[in-house]
Design a protein around this ligand. Structure first.
Ligand SMILES: C[S@@+](CC[C@H](N)C(=O)[O-])C[C@H]1O[C@@H](n2cnc3c(N)ncnc32)[C@H](O)[C@@H]1O
Length: 247
């Protein structure tokens, strides 16, 4: 049975003014870049079958552009599909791609991530890439998404995610306090108090039992699913970059 993430958490002005997140999150784009740098777009070039890349959570398209440019720079002529549940986000990404990559060749799909994955045949993708999206999912939904990512990857394929991977105990709450403080620093001087309120609630909710994506627990779960070489690197505060290969 298909399960959807009905209560997806990027709506109203958080979605409309999403780009302001980089003010509160100085290393936000750096994390996206590190995720992209870990993808070997030349891998499998000797194979006959075309290369397929899937991005989950297009957002405003900033990571999409980085992935597309890296793919093109490697001379990779495969397909690139990016999925987001939010119409407004898909339209933002479409506009961005049109401006910065007019010859863009990304298939933008407005869809629930799990529903999309469940419809894809096994072993379809060489890479499933995502950033700052899965931490928004409810844990049970995210676990289904991870299972489906494993299923849709071809053997040897890469799953990579730049995201919030929480440490545990006191470290988690110290990191959350520093994180929330950055939102105050960025938004108060700009008078964005209503947006600040929403982001603070959002950030606290990210660390709640319903949503939290613990680092060590994730590594163990992905290994149990059959991923190999599962690694969380570049850990800083609440963030890290995940790389895992289908065994
Ligand atoms: C925080 S944004 C991240 C966007 C982008 N990847 C980035 O790095 O900036 C999360 C995105 O995930 C999308 N999203 C949330 N739940 C989703 C779901 N169940 N299926 C597909 N997309 C979803 C939201 O609409 C939003 O655009």
């Amino acid at each position: 049975m298909k399960r959807k993430n009905e209560g997806h958490r990027y709506t109203d002005d958080i979605a409309r003014e999403y780009e302001l997140i980089t003010l509160a999150y100085p290393d936000f784009e750096a994390f996206q870049r590190r995720m992209v740098e870990g993808v070997d777009f030349a891998a499998g070039a000797e194979r006959e079958e075309p290369f397929h890349l899937l991005e989950i959570g297009t957002g405003d398209g900033f990571a999409t552009v980085k992935l597309l440019r890296a793919m093109k720079a490697a001379g990779n002529r495969g397909t690139f599909t990016s999925v987001d549940i939010n119409h407004e986000m898909i339209e933002k990404a479409r506009a961005l791609l049109k401006t910065v990559e007019p010859e863009h060749s990304v298939h933008l799909r407005e869809s629930d991530a799990l529903a999309y994955l469940q419809d894809e045949p096994e072993g379809t993708f060489d890479v499933v890439a995502t950033s700052f999206t899965l931490h928004n999912f409810e844990r049970t939904y995210r676990e289904e998404v991870e299972k489906q990512i494993h299923r849709v990857l071809r053997t040897g394929g890469l799953y990579t995610n730049a995201d919030k991977y929480a440490p545990e105990g006191q470290e988690q709450f110290d990191a959350l306090a520093r994180h929330v403080d950055q939102f105050f620093e960025a938004f108060v001087p700009r008078g964005k108090t209503e947006l600040l309120r929403k982001w603070v609630i959002h950030n606290i909710s990210d660390q709640s039992p319903r949503h939290v994506m613990f680092a060590d627990e994730t590594v163990a779960r992905l290994q149990a699913l059959g991923f190999r070489k599962v690694a969380l690197t570049e850990r800083a505060g609440l963030q890290a970059v995940l790389r895992a290969y289908k065994g």
